[in-house]
Design a binder for this molecule. Structure first.
Ligand SMILES: O=C(O)c1cc(=O)[nH]c(=O)n1[C@@H]1O[C@H](COP(=O)(O)O)[C@@H](O)[C@H]1O
Length: 235
């Protein structure tokens, strides 16, 4: 099924006021928002509540990676906040992901999507070698995506560069959430495995996570509008 709101704006701000002032320029009918480690560590659940009151669906990106019990309880806490999506690190393994899935299923009425990060989009082959993984990022992403699917999760975070090969491996409704999105003229920054918004949509990304190309633009809403146009044209 075609996703009507593929763009998720990453609200990577050091304080709630700045995040909400950005959100107030966005239309919750046209995009979703992401709350990550910096903003959540400073502002906590209050910022999630404030975004919900404004009508936004929130991706709580805290990338839990811990023993199964701790991760599962953290996922429960996220679901009880009513967030649309939450993530863990697939490298936490099958037992961790299954525990998180089971816990989430016990939260009454929860429709929170649970996805797992495969290989961070800021990493390339050498970074994997540095942590003892002598493997191409794509191969490791495939391995972790299958493990994630077999553990009962709803999708993965990966680079848009991996979406086409992954689509051949996973179920059609498995979510492929892709950060590392860079319009052709945008700064790459610390991202390594990148793709433009239009190409990511053509490849089959279900969601595009985009931060700095919007939030650091001189006029963020105009940057978002250009990205939305590129996404529409790619469909
Ligand atoms: O889980 C994520 O959202 C994530 C995973 C990943 O592999 N790479 C990645 O960049 N992200 C997040 O996606 C956002 C990308 O932001 P920009 O690089 O500013 O567009 C940041 O908030 C990251 O924390």
């Amino acid at each position: 099924m075609r996703e009507e709101k593929p763009v998720i704006v990453a609200l990577d701000y050091p304080e709630q006021a700045a995040a909400l002032s950005m959100a107030d320029q966005l239309d919750p009918e046209k995009c979703r928002v992401k709350v990550g480690k910096e903003l959540f560590t400073r502002a906590g659940p209050a910022v999630v509540d404030a975004l919900h009151r404004r009508g936004f669906e929130v991706f709580l990106d805290l990338k839990f990676h811990d023993i199964p019990n701790t991760t599962a309880k953290a996922v429960r806490a996220a679901a009880e906040l009513g967030v649309w999506m939450v993530n863990v690190h697939a490298s936490g393994g099958r037992r961790m992901m299954e525990a998180a899935r089971n816990e989430l299923d016990q939260v009454n009425g929860s429709r929170t999507l649970l996805i797992a990060v495969t290989v961070l989009t800021s990493m390339e082959r050498q970074d994997l070698a540095d942590i003892g993984l002598d493997i191409e990022p794509l191969e490791h992403v495939k391995r972790l995506a299958l493990l994630t699917q077999n553990s009962g999760l709803d999708g993965v975070v990966c680079s848009a560069q991996e979406v086409t090969p992954l689509r051949e491996l996973v179920e059609p409704d498995f979510q492929l959430v892709t950060p590392g999105i860079r319009p052709a003229d945008a700064d790459v920054g610390d991202q390594k495995r990148i793709m433009t918004p239009g190409k990511a949509i053509i490849a089959g990304s279900t969601h595009l996570v985009i931060g700095r190309p919007i939030t650091k633009a001189s006029v963020p809403v105009e940057a978002l509008e250009r990205i939305q146009q590129e996404v529409l044209a790619a469909r």
